[in-house]
Write a protein that binds this ligand. Sequence first.
Ligand code: UDP
Length: 240
Amino acid sequence: ALPNFRWRRVLLKVSGEALAGDGSSNIDPKVTMSIAREVAAITRLGVEVAIVVGGGNFFRGASWVGASGLDRASADHIGMMATVMNAIFLQASMESIGVPTRVMTAFRMAEVAEPYIRRRAVRHLEKGRVVIFGAGTGNPFFTTDTAAALRATEINAEVVLKATNVDGVYDKDPRKNPDATLLEHVSYREVAIQGLSVMDITAITLCQENCIPVVVFNLNEGGNITKALSGERIGTLIDS
Ligand code: UDP
C-alpha cells in the first residue's frame, strides 16, 4: 500500500443522476470538473482510479419499456449508450486538466473509445491513467452498479466507492422517515435481507462473493471524493 493511503486501486461508481447535479441539463460541467479535480489530485499521489459511469441522467432502460414497442433489451442498449456519453464527457473534463484518461466500452464503439480488454485496462491503470468504463456490463438486464462490481473484481480493485446523492445507507428510507439514522457500517447480508436500496442485489452479491467492500457516500459535498478515494472514514461501509 502507498503511504497514508488505504487503497492502492479503487473503482469509483458515479451515477448519471449525480452527473446531472441540480442544473437543468443532463450533465452539469461543474460536477464533472469537480470529480476531475479530486480524482486528478489522488491519481497524482499514486492511487489507481477506475470509474464506472451510469446513464440514468439520459436514459434508464426499464422506464421506457413499452413506449413505441420498445422491448427491454433494446431499451437497455439505449441506456448503455447513454453511459458512453457520460464517459466521454467525463474524459474530456479529466483531460482538460491534464489527466491522461481512457474510455473503454463493454461493446465495440471503436471509433469513439477502446473496447474493454481486461489486461489493457490494468496496464492503463499501472501507467497512472484513469480508466473510465462505459456501456455498463455490455448486457441488457444489468445495471451499472453491477458493472462496477464486475469491473472491480476483474481489475482487482480493493474497494467500490459508490458516489450518490445521499450521505450513505440509512436504517430506513430517510425521505419518508425523518428519524432515519445513517449507518456507519452494514453487512452485505443486511443490505440484501432488509432491501436497503443502495445497490441492487446482483451488485451486492458480486461484491460479497469477491470480498470487495463498498463505500456509499455523498458526491455533492466538496472534498468527499478525495476522502473516499484516500480511504478516510466517510458515508457507509458495506462489508462482511
Ligand atoms: N444498462 C444495461 N446493462 C448494464 C448497465 C446499464 O442495460 O450492464 C442500461 C440500463 O437500461 C440502465 C441504463 O443502462 O437503466 C443506465 O444505467 P444505470 O441505470 O445503472 O445508471 P445510473 O442509475 O447509475 O445512472
